[in-house]
Design a protein around this ligand. Structure first.
Ligand code: C2E
Ligand code: MG
Ligand code: MG
Length: 559
């Protein structure tokens, strides 16, 4: 007994010195005397009466979070039975207010001469202080997830990572303030923890994202990650309803499975992030499973975007304008041509405009490329006017050019540079919701009108605009979308729509062009409806300059 008290005191004295050098709490537990001593400072944090007490098992049991009491008791029991000689646990104590405090507790067992476990000597550190616990949600941080993934046996089990994100979280922060943002996040953390139960671990990631890490599922066939997402979503909906819809939000999820055959590692976190991004792109409030193909497409898109950028830098290498004749129906002659952009690349070959034009728009590259198109098409048109006086060219203009560049000043520059007559060019703008998006666009369209620059509304019928509105917006020509023309022979409805459109446009003094007239049958059918112009494969596909000159320039009586 004397010996043991001495040892206890010896440790205690050393600890008093050491505790000045660390934020950790140093402790000694005497199993035989049921005596405990811990750094004095800990009394301010934990729910313990003082720093030195007997009856240790009972007092510590009360100081520990109820969820973790059994686990701790079990661990200490194993030490006493000699089954383990080290103590290394992460679990929760309670603070003075009864809230959980995550701690890491590590200790070494010291045996007496009979070989019994006599002391446990070690340190307790508060995980929150070490930045392992997120102060807002009370969840482990991402560092911890990374450690766990690195430490686990990669080929040991089946499971999944499911990343949950709040849709439009930025809006919540901006509209209601950061405080509400944090409360929302805390609420989400509660919902996730509740829905997940003890089936998985939950981590706070960066921003508004929470990761569920589930190991040891029996099969991936019934899509358990999706089921988990649904449960979390239901918990969120329930919470929002309980709170009286004071704040409404939705969540998206991205998940990735791993099995014993996969080389599971940190890159799976990125996969879950990628899947979450897809869920948001695809419309939010849904979950998406990571698929290698989606990722490959994405990478390919990035590579293509990079190639486009290089092509632009290299003096528009690989870009070319094709021309498609536009036929004047009254005079049965070619009235002009639409300039259509093509792009050929060493790696990707000939890429469809339906793919590369949206990419140019997304990256803003459509602005320099659009300028190049205007200049090229005007120069070409001037050359053709030498053979065919009054030849006209149609040029497509993207909304990005309208909104993000001074396209009118670009046009002015080239008109002046080449002495081009503005009546010989017409600018096509695709119908879309953007048209009605506000005054800015309307102002730009008005300046087209003031400069006597002709405008066409392209793909008409695919958006929601009505013709009177188009007229008010200073358009001169309506190009009816090929989807209607395609349907005209088989669908009475399409036929009637096109007929009505045409008559109405004419009554408003607008010219009409039909796009997508492909066959003789189409042509016969649409002729009766008396459009002003026709464009379509029936006359010609878009062709390169030389072919256009050879086949169509100056050609009279095309039908
Ligand atoms: P768009 O301006 O409506 O051009 C007409 C599209 O319909 C062209 O597709 C043309 O090849 C196609 N087409 C013409 N006649 C027929 C037909 O009889 N049947 C069928 N099935 N299709 C026909 P393309 O060249 O693939 O261009 C697609 C779109 O890309 C264009 O639609 C336009 O919105 C955009 N685009 C093309 N060049 C440019 C450009 O220089 N700048 C901008 N901003 N957009 C462009
Ligand atoms: Mg067009
Ligand atoms: Mg069109």
């Amino acid at each position: 007994m004397g010996e043991s008290l001495n040892k206890f005191e010896q440790f205690n004295n050393v600890f008093k010195i050491l505790s000045k050098c660390t934020d950790d709490y140093l402790f000694i537990l005497d199993f035989i005397e049921d005596h405990y001593n811990i750094t004095e400072r800990s009394v301010e944090v934990f729910n313990i009466p003082c720093a030195d007490f007997y009856n240790a098992s009972e007092i510590i049991n009360k100081a520990v979070h109820p969820e973790d009491r059994a686990m701790l008791a079990n661990n200490l029991e194993m030490i006493k039975e000699g089954k383990i000689s080290e103590h290394d646990l992460e679990y929760k104590w309670l603070n003075k207010n009864g809230n959980p405090v995550w701690i890491s507790c590590r200790g070494q067992v010291i045996y007496n001469s009979q070989g019994e476990a006599h002391y446990l000597v070690g340190r307790i550190s508060e995980l929150g202080r070490k930045n392992k616990i997120d102060s807002i949600t009370g969840l482990y941080r991402e560092v911890r997830l990374r450690q766990n993934i690195l430490n686990m046996d990669r080929f040991a089990s089946k499971g999944f990572l499911l990343l949950i994100g709040i849709d439009n979280f930025k809006d919540i922060n901006e509209r209601y303030g950061k405080e509400v943002g944090n409360t929302t996040l805390k609420g989400l953390a509660k919902c996730v923890t509740k829905a997940v139960g003890n089936m998985a671990e939950v981590y706070r990631m960066s921003g508004d994202e929470i990761m569920v890490f589930c190991k040891g599922i029996s099969s991936v066939l019934n899509d358990p990650a999706k089921e988990m997402y649904k449960r979390i979503r239901a918990a969120v909906d329930e919470r929002i309803s309980e709170k009286g819809y004071r704040l409404f939000y939705t969540i998206s999820g991205g998940y990735v499975y791993f099995t014993e055959d996969d080389d599971f590692g940190l890159n799976y976190i990125e996969r879950a992030e990628f899947a979450l991004r897809l869920a948001k792109i695809r419309g939010k409030n849904m979950s998406v499973c990571y698929k290698q193909n989606d990722y490959n497409d994405y990478v390919q898109k990035l590579e293509m975007q990079e190639e486009l950028r290089k092509a632009v830098e290299n003096n528009f290498e690989g870009f070319e304008l094709y021309y498609q004749p536009i036929v004047n129906m009254e005079k049965a002659c070619i009235y002009g041509a639409e300039a259509l952009l093509r792009w050929k690349n060493n790696r990707f070959g000939m890429v469809s405009p339906g793919i590369f034009i949206p990419m140019l728009e997304e990256s803003g590259l459509i602005i320099p490329v659009g300028r190049w198109v205007i200049e090229e098409a005007m120069q070409q048109c001037l050359k053709w006017q030498e053979i065919c006086p009054g030849f006209r060219v149609n040029i497509n203009i993207s909304f990005v050019q309208l909104k993000k560049s001074n396209v009118i000043s670009d046009i002015d520059t080239y008109i002046e540079k080449y002495g081009f007559s503005s009546s010989n060019v017409l600018f096509e703008i695709t119908e879309s919701g953007e048209l009605e998006s506000g005054y800015a666009i309307q102002n730009i369209l008005e300046s087209f009108h003031r400069r006597s620059l002709n405008l066409a509304i392209d793909d008409f019928g695919t958006g929601y605009s009505n013709l009177r509105y188009i007229k008010e917006m200073m358009f001169n020509l309506v190009k009816i979308d090929q989807a209607f023309i395609r349907g005209i022979k088989s669908s009475q409805y399409d036929y009637m729509v096109v007929k009505q459109f045409t008559e109405l446009a004419h009554s408003l003094n607008l010219k009409v062009c039909y796009e997508g007239v492909e066959t003789e049958e189409d042509f016969k059918c649409v002729k009766e409806l008396k459009p002003d112009y026709i464009q379509g494969f029936y006359f010609s596909r878009p062709v390169p300059v030389a072919e256009f000159e050879e086949k169509y320039l100056g050609k009279e009586n095309v039908f």
